[in-house]
Design a protein around this ligand. Structure first.
Ligand SMILES: [Ca+2]
Length: 192
């Protein structure tokens, strides 16, 4: 009987077993840590993507409305944008050609208003208002004239409001995990 055969039969000593378990524990901890890290970064990404998609949906609706602001096929001569300030914009358009801006679906008179205290962005049409986005850290509107010069005397007076040709909309928010998400879009008025 040689030495190694003897060793095999004897199996592990208590010390060897403890060392093996300790090494196994360290390896498992490393693997678990890696998996957790991967899972967290996956949820961060997914949350950020979902948040950006929600922002994009709101932006998309808002952009199509801004583009149509002042649509006035009957020449009723109403103001395209009666309110233009840093956190609120109201626009009007006659989409069904009956000389007014009082109809809904599609909405002809829409106010967007960001409330800093609550982080809510409200959308109001002729029938009422709803919160279209929550948990925002900022929403800002910037207005530009035909030459691309920013109109900065906010809220804009009627002379400046008539000069608006572009609006930059910036939305900033955070995912539940505190990841900052920001989205800016520039929209040109078609009926300016
Ligand atoms: Ca109308």
């Amino acid at each position: 009987m040689n030495k190694s055969a003897h060793f095999d039969r004897r199996g592990l000593t208590l010390t060897e077993l403890m060392i093996t378990l300790a090494i196994f524990g360290v390896i498992m901890a490393v693997i678990m840590g890696f998996m957790n890290g991967a899972r967290n970064s996956y949820s961060d990404t997914r949350e950020r993507v979902q948040y950006q998609q929600a922002m994009r949906a709101v932006m998309s609706l808002m952009s199509s409305e801004i583009r149509a602001a002042g649509c006035d096929p009957m020449g009723a001569a109403f103001e395209a944008i009666p309110i233009a300030q840093a956190n609120a914009v109201l626009w009007q358009m006659d989409l069904n050609g009956d000389s007014d801006f009082f109809d809904n679906s599609p909405d002809e008179r829409v106010l967007y208003f960001y409330q800093q205290d609550t982080g809510n962005l409200f959308r109001m049409n002729n029938t009422g208002f709803q919160v279209v986005m929550r948990g925002l850290t900022n929403v800002r509107f910037n207005f530009y004239d035909e030459a691309g010069v920013e109109l900065t005397a906010l809220p804009l007076n009627s002379t400046d409001r008539a000069r608006i040709r572009h609006i930059d909309v910036t939305m900033q928010g955070e995912t539940d995990r505190g990841e900052p998400v920001s989205y800016t879009t520039r929209v040109a008025l078609r009926n300016g």
